[in-house]
Design a protein around this ligand. Structure first.
Ligand code: T3D
Length: 264
């Protein structure tokens, strides 16, 4: 399965592997890559036998954020309205990742800068190659962190570290990112793809409905009091308890065998 060459997509073992594919530009976003990526996320959402997504980058980078050659104003031209590009391109992408009712794993294979860093962080589980770096590059070009960065960073690592990363634009290495809780884990470079693949495959054979509800509950928790969260857990558990996968999970436990979840 392949689409426009800015993004490669391949179905593997129950999950969709999506690769950002502009390696000469460190996989920086142009408009075509936005549309191709969102198209593949839509395929993942709508295809029942795709039960997880693995997002990664081609070449030595994960993604360097916005392609700045599309923002060249040296001929005196007006700056584009960046509010429009956020509204029409970056924000819908982040919303789509967060709303996808399937786990999205991000394998950060190299530098993740600007929107590239924050799109990685918007994914559900982030693994990074030990040589990868996370850079809130925005301040270096006079911008503010976007793609959810100002929301995600303080929640993941606290205000002090969030502000320092955002204001200095200093790179954060993968080991420190994992130590700080910005990402799930840092792995040796040569193990990144196999480890991410086996995680994607494991989640793709999990209880998809339960995983989707878990994702939503944890995301929503950031904005609501415990009382409301308890109600939401009750409602989600009621639905999970009606799934075939719940029956299968309990039966498998009692029969001392691995569960065979179908995602239903
Ligand atoms: O505009 C809007 O719509 C608003 C939304 C904004 C969202 C954003 O993401 S703003 C932030 C944009 N991104 C950046 O500011 C990062 C720019 N890139 C860098 O700072 C560095 O390239 C990196 C730290 C990411 C990596 O450094 P390094 O030394 O490993 O690589 P390099 O030599 O700088 O880059 C290699 C090539 O990729 C180079 O091209 P060349 O010289 O080989 O032809 C470089 O120009 C190109 N490249 C890297 N990042 C971008 C890029 N080309 C276009 N846009 C980029 N963002």
């Amino acid at each position: 399965m392949a689409t426009a060459e800015t993004v490669l997509a391949e179905k593997q073992d129950g999950f969709l592997r999506i690769t950002l594919n502009r390696p000469d530009r460190l996989n920086a976003f142009n408009e075509e890559m936005h549309h191709a990526l969102r198209g593949q996320l839509k395929v993942a959402a709508e295809t029942s036998d795709i039960r997880a997504v693995l997002l990664t980058g081609a070449g030595r980078a994960f993604c360097a954020g916005q392609d700045l050659s599309d923002r060249d104003m040296r001929d005196g031209s007006e700056a584009p309205d960046l509010g429009v590009t956020l509204e029409t391109l970056y924000n819908p992408l982040v919303r789509q990742i967060r709303a996808l009712e399937k786990p999205v794993i991000c394998a950060v294979n190299g530098v993740a800068a600007g929107a590239g860093a924050n799109i990685a962080l918007a994914c559900d589980i982030v693994l990074a190659a030990r040589s990868a770096r996370f850079i809130q590059a925005f301040s270096k070009i006079g911008l503010v962190p976007d793609s959810g960065g100002t929301w995600l960073l303080p929640r993941l690592i606290g205000e002090a570290r969030a502000k320092a990363l955002a204001m200095t634009g200093e790179p954060l290495n993968a080991d420190t990112a994992a130590d700080w809780g910005l990402i799930w884990k840092s792995v040796p470079d040569e193990e990144l793809q196999s480890e991410a693949q086996s995680l994607a495959s494991r989640l793709a054979s999990g209880a998809t409905k339960g995983l989707a509800a878990t994702k939503r509950l944890i995301q929503d928790a950031a904005d609501q009091p415990l009382d409301r969260q308890l109600d939401d857990e009750r409602d989600a558990q009621r639905l999970a308890g009606r799934s075939s996968d719940y029956k299968e999970g309990v039966s498998a436990f009692l029969e001392k065998r691995p569960a065979r979840f179908t995602g239903t």
